[in-house]
Design a protein around this ligand. Structure first.
Ligand SMILES: NC(=O)c1ccc[n+]([C@@H]2O[C@H](COP(=O)([O-])OP(=O)(O)OC[C@H]3O[C@@H](n4cnc5c(N)ncnc54)[C@H](O)[C@@H]3O)[C@@H](O)[C@H]2O)c1
Length: 418
């Protein structure tokens, strides 16, 4: 079977939505043009465990244009866009195993199904392919020469694996490219997280107390957008530097214990486990809304909330109402999984343009250089990163200055002082 998807008849709708994304991905279009000519991925099989969204559809086209054979599975059980999966299978003849809402067992069966195709390269978003190969199915290692990793949490997991000397092939950390996390994590997650919360709840952000747990790249983006929408923004952190930065950026900073009492809407973006847990749920106001846009479904301790509750019902799509024993209600969005992908459409194509240009060029780099690379985690080469930024600016019609010879000399010298 070449695909396991919801409904192949959704392919037409998916194709149109992919076309819309493609129109907003000019950098990737330039990569595709070159790939078509040079075919740098000829004969390479790529297993991609990514959110199956319209932008991933465009990336798959680019990889195929480069000569690769592509198999896709979901990197999150709730993030698949079923019409995109159908279009990939029908129109692009890509192998797809992804169904929105798939259970954990199916999720891992799909991961194993793409690995069974004996890929040369893995492309991860959260390191589930790599960790499956390292833990559950070492026999699937087969031909793999290298891989790429899209997100912060995945890079952290892979560095941990490499530090223990157990990583079995080299990985390019796409997340570490500046043209990825400066824009995707900040502006992409910033906008799409609020989009997800609003689509799920239709709540007014203005005047609400929005508690943001984690002031990293993603948290900063959400805070900035929430402030712009006139929320009262509260930040919780564990890193003094980030907490100071949030304070100086004009936000209220406090512990999650204190924030739990005043928040109307909570969102975690930490990559950490049980950031909001039993004692915090107990302290929350009646009607508090809790969500996660960090990683997996572990940032909220939902099992603890289940234990505190006497009843649960799905009151709206992506909104579960938990009634606590004292009658208070707490609402969990998207089962605690990435709300921007569960209830909205993930990041806008304009930022994924740069993230996925890094993916495509990262794979090309891996295919060219894997023999020289140790089994470790590598950043995207600076030249690729800078080139993507320059191309993006050009596509936006923005010109910048260049150094004059005199300035170049001045900036490289130490002799000239006051
Ligand atoms: N929703 C999406 O589409 C999307 C996109 C990109 C990244 N991510 C994920 O979002 C998460 C955050 O990514 P990032 O790039 O902002 O990472 P980051 O490392 O820049 O920021 C994480 C922040 O969380 C803080 N933190 C850790 N534990 C905490 C706790 N218990 N309480 C409060 N703060 C805590 C850290 O100090 C850090 O400042 C990662 O899991 C990443 O994979 C999600």
């Amino acid at each position: 079977m070449r695909y396991h998807i919801k409904d192949i008849k959704l392919a037409g709708k998916g194709a149109l939505r992919i076309e819309w994304a493609r129109n907003n991905m000019p950098v990737l279009a330039l990569v595709e043009k070159r790939f078509k000519k040079e075919k740098p991925l000829k004969g390479i099989k790529i297993a991609a465990c990514l959110h199956v969204t319209t932008e991933t559809g465009v990336l798959a086209e680019v990889l195929k244009a480069g000569g690769a054979e592509v198999a896709v599975c979901a990197s999150n059980p709730l993030s698949t866009q079923d019409d995109v999966a159908a279009s990939l299978a029908k129109n692009l003849k890509v192998t797809v195993f992804a169904i929105k809402g798939e259970d954990t067992k199916t999720y891992y069966q799909h991961i194993k199904a793409v690995l069974a195709l004996k890929p040369d390269v893995t492309m991860d978003d959260g390191a589930d392919l790599v960790s499956t190969i390292h833990q559950r199915a070492p026999e699937e290692h087969g031909n793999i020469i290298g891989g790429t990793e899209e997100t912060t949490t995945g890079v952290i997991r892979l560095r941990a694996l490499a530090n223990e000397g157990k990583l079995r092939y080299p990985i390019v950390a796409v997340n570490d490219a500046k043209t990825k996390h400066f824009f995707d994590n900040r502006y992409g997650t910033g906008q799409s997280t609020l989009d997800g919360i609003i689509r799920a709840t239709n709540k007014l952000i203005a005047g609400s107390c929005l508690v943001i747990c984690g002031y990293g790249w993603c948290g900063r983006g959400v805070a900035m957008r929430a402030k712009g929408m006139a929320a009262r923004v509260v930040v919780t952190e564990i890193d003094p530097l980030k907490a100071l930065e949030a304070t100086m950026d004009g936000y209220e900073v406090m512990t999650i214990k204190d924030a739990a009492k005043i928040g109307d809407i909570f969102v975690t973006l930490t990559g950490d486990i049980n950031v909001i847990r039993r004692e915090h749920f107990i302290a929350m106001k009646d009607g508090a809304i809790v969500s996660n846009s960090g990683h997996f479904n572990v940032e909220l301790d939902i099992p603890a909330l289940e234990k505190l509750s006497k009843k649960k019902k799905r009151i709206r799509e992506f909104v579960d109402e938990y009634i606590l024993r004292d009658g208070r209600k707490i609402y969990v969005l998207g089962e605690g999984r990435l709300i921007n992908l569960a209830a909205a459409e993930g990041h806008p194509a304009q930022v994924m343009d740069m993230s996925f240009a890094n993916q495509a060029l990262g794979v090309e780099y891996m295919v060219k250089h894997y023999e020289e690379l140790e089994n470790n985690v590598f950043t995207v080469p600076q030249a690729i990163d800078e080139n993507i930024a320059a191309l993006k600016l050009r596509s936006m019609g923005i010109k910048i200055d260049t150094l004059t010879p005199e300035q170049k000399k001045y900036l490289a010298s130490w002799e000239i002082g006051t």
